[in-house]
Design a protein around this ligand. Structure first.
Ligand code: PGA
Length: 242
């Protein structure tokens, strides 16, 4: 299977997980999918040692500055040096709890790509926006404002994560996921040209071992970004094979 058509299963551990969980995944079976594990920053170095070689590691956030007096922050270069090759940016928890704006996320993408990390850019509407029929408008402004114009689309992943589906056990209808993914693809091609036609667009929000195969079979779904279910070894192994 060519790199381009390979689907992605990314695990977002958030502020969860442990060395014990990492060790339990040391014999993660190989998969036709590209597997990216994004543990807390403190486990990135160990992930490189413990996880199978074909598993990629990602950070969950980075600072928008290359370095400097930003106590408690982690730079893109530090993530890269510790073994990460990907970084989740613009996650809805960062947007809502830490008040990250599209402009800040744009600057983080610039910094991440400068230091050779592939951003996994998260977009998606919250419940109020969905109920007001504004999902597409919100996603359009997030994509339009967070993606630098000259970004290399070979080194970018988009994740559509409806905020109301994250951690709730709720998922959109299959046809709704399909519609939004097509909308994202069309928007990217219209605004960035045909180079955006192959960018993986992941689905995230209560993905689990039961729904993963059906969601993965939607054309334009390039994989999954998995939160809660990625913390359960057996379930994550099943999802990784989807
Ligand atoms: P969830 O989280 O799978 O627990 O809904 C997904 C995410 O926040 O990336």
């Amino acid at each position: 299977m060519s790199e381009k058509s390979q689907k992605v299963i990314a695990a977002n551990w958030k502020m969860n997980g442990s060395l014990e969980l990492l060790h339990s995944l040391s014999s993660l079976p190989s998969s036709k999918n590209k597997i990216i594990i994004c543990p807390p920053t403190t486990l990135i170095c160990k992930s490189k040692e413990i996880l199978p070689r074909e598993v990629f590691i990602g950070g969950q956030n980075c600072n928008e500055n290359a370095s400097g007096p930003y106590t408690g922050e982690i730079s893109a270069a530090m993530l890269y040096e510790s073994g990460a090759r990907y970084v989740i940016l613009g996650h809805s928890e960062r947007r809502s709890i830490f008040k990250e704006s599209n402009k800040l996320i744009f600057n983080k993408l610039l910094c991440a790509t400068k230091f050779k990390l592939v951003p996994i850019l998260c977009v998606g509407e919250d419940l109020e926006e969905k109920n007001q029929g504004k999902a597409k408008e919100i996603i359009e402004s997030q994509l339009g404002q967070c993606i630098p114009k000259d970004i290399d689309f070979d080194d970018l992943i988009i994740a559509y994560e409806p905020v109301w589906a994250i951690g709730t056990g709720l998922t959109p209808k299959i046809e709704d996921i399909a519609e939004i993914h097509r909308f994202i693809r069309d928007f990217l091609i219209e605004n960035f040209g045909s180079k955006a036609s192959q960018v993986p667009i992941l689905y995230g929000g209560s993905a689990n071992e039961k729904n993963c195969a059906e969601i993965m079979s939607i054309s334009d779904v390039g994989g999954l970004l998995v939160g809660g279910a990625s913390l359960k070894k057996k379930e994550f192994i099943e999802i990784s094979k989807a």
